[in-house]
Design a binder for this molecule. Structure first.
Ligand SMILES: [Zn+2]
Ligand SMILES: [Zn+2]
Length: 387
């Protein structure tokens, strides 16, 4: 490999037909450098990158085809470097990134994954996390499953590695999702049910607790995730029987809802966080929530959903609210506060439980093969790729 090249995990549409392949390919690709137009950019040497649920969607060819293909067409390119969760060290700084933002080589930074336009209606009124013209790293432009990445200074998040372990620091972006979801309703002194304990649901258990929720119960089918949810501090985890739920199609699982309501004194939870995105799970969440409660919708699947017993939902005065991304940069500051506060035990539990002590879940890029990584994906909710 030449010194102007680097290792990266890519989806290449010229060699990997979308419908007949899966996984990413390890390739030597050109290493990014700052050009004359890149005064407000930096080049970062990636240390750890987190493998997101949306990366699983691309790996399995079930999500983001349109966004990847459209952006490749615009760039007249065939391959996309995947990945959007990372921690790394700055190695090259543009003039403006240095003068205006104060970045220096060796600074440790993470990054917001949505690069916003600063000009659309939402950006102008301060709702930048729902920018109408944003570009997602690792989907609409090259991402961080690579030894180096070039990014604009405005998306970076400086991180103090004396206070946040680098493996945990690589997960600030998805942790910020949990912060956003948990901040979408007032959890102080409230009871919370979390439907779906994948990575962000697991994070949400700890965030809800730290924000003052008094009772936190998870609902989850996978035994390993159930075990993790308990270890992270859930008061209880109610197993969801996938086959039983599937028999009901899109509608709620009556037996499950009865168990959840019972777990909250027969009243139902104050707040439901729906983190799974299945139609039945959305109905489970609504049906399990008390009159006047809040249902926060974070789980994401394409297509039409059906709401069961709409009249009951309205008569009960239940609030539905959708949450996407992280509010810039308020949720990043909350993320920093929660991670740097060692008294809440969040960092240690991410390391010990979610990352299993840091060994099995971490794969070095040199050791990456698509087949071996399939096993890592099966074993861990949140693999890290080390560069
Ligand atoms: Zn993600
Ligand atoms: Zn915008």
């Amino acid at each position: 490999m030449n010194s102007d090249q680097m290792l990266a995990l890519v989806y290449d549409k010229s060699t990997m037909p979308w419908d007949r392949t899966r996984g990413f390919e390890k390739q030597a690709v050109p290493r990014p450098v700052l050009g004359p137009q890149d005064g407000d950019h930096v080049v970062i040497k990636v240390i750890y990158a987190g493998f997101c649920g949306s990366d699983r969607g691309i790996w399995n060819r079930v999500a983001f085809k349109g966004m990847i293909f459209d952006s490749l067409k615009r760039q007249k390119a065939t391959s996309r470097v995947i990945g959007h969760e990372m921690i790394g060290e700055i190695v090259e700084v543009g003039e403006e990134a240095s003068r205006r933002w104060g970045y220096r080589p060796k600074d440790i930074v993470s990054t917001e994954s949505h690069i916003i336009c600063n000009m659309c209606y939402q950006c102008r009124i301060g709702q930048t996390h729902i920018c109408a013209d944003d570009v997602i790293i690792g989907i609409g432009r090259d991402g961080c499953f690579a030894e180096y990445i070039k990014l604009p200074a405005q998306t970076l998040w400086p991180t103090d590695q004396r206070k946040v372990d680098l493996k945990v620091a690589a997960l600030q972006e998805p942790f910020g999702n949990a912060v956003h979801a948990a901040c979408a309703a007032d959890l102080r002194g409230k009871t919370v049910a979390i439907f779906g304990c994948g990575t962000i649901g697991l994070f949400a258990i700890m965030v809800a607790r730290a924000l003052g929720a008094t009772r936190v119960i998870g609902i989850e089918p996978q035994p390993k995730n159930i075990e993790m949810a308990r270890a992270l501090g859930a008061d209880d985890v109610i197993p969801l029987d996938v086959e039983h739920t599937a028999r009901n199609g899109w509608s709620a699982d009556k037996d499950l809802v009865a168990r959840v309501r019972e777990a909250f004194g027969g009243i139902g939870c104050d707040v439901a966080l729906e983190m799974a995105g299945f139609n039945s799970s959305v109905n489970n969440a609504i049906q399990s929530t008390r009159r006047g409660g809040d249902v926060i919708l974070f789980g994401l699947k394409q297509g039409n959903f059906r709401i069961q017993a709409m009249d009951r939902m309205i008569v009960s005065g239940i609030t539905l609210r959708s949450v996407i991304g992280r509010r810039l940069f308020g949720d990043w500051y909350t993320t920093r506060n929660l991670l740097e506060d060692r008294t809440n035990g969040i960092q240690d539990r991410i390391l010990d439980v979610v990352l299993g002590g840091g060994d099995g879940a971490v794969v070095h890029i040199e050791d990456f093969t698509p087949d071996r990584f399939e096993q890592t994906l099966a074993d861990w909710p949140k693999p890290l790729i080390q560069f």
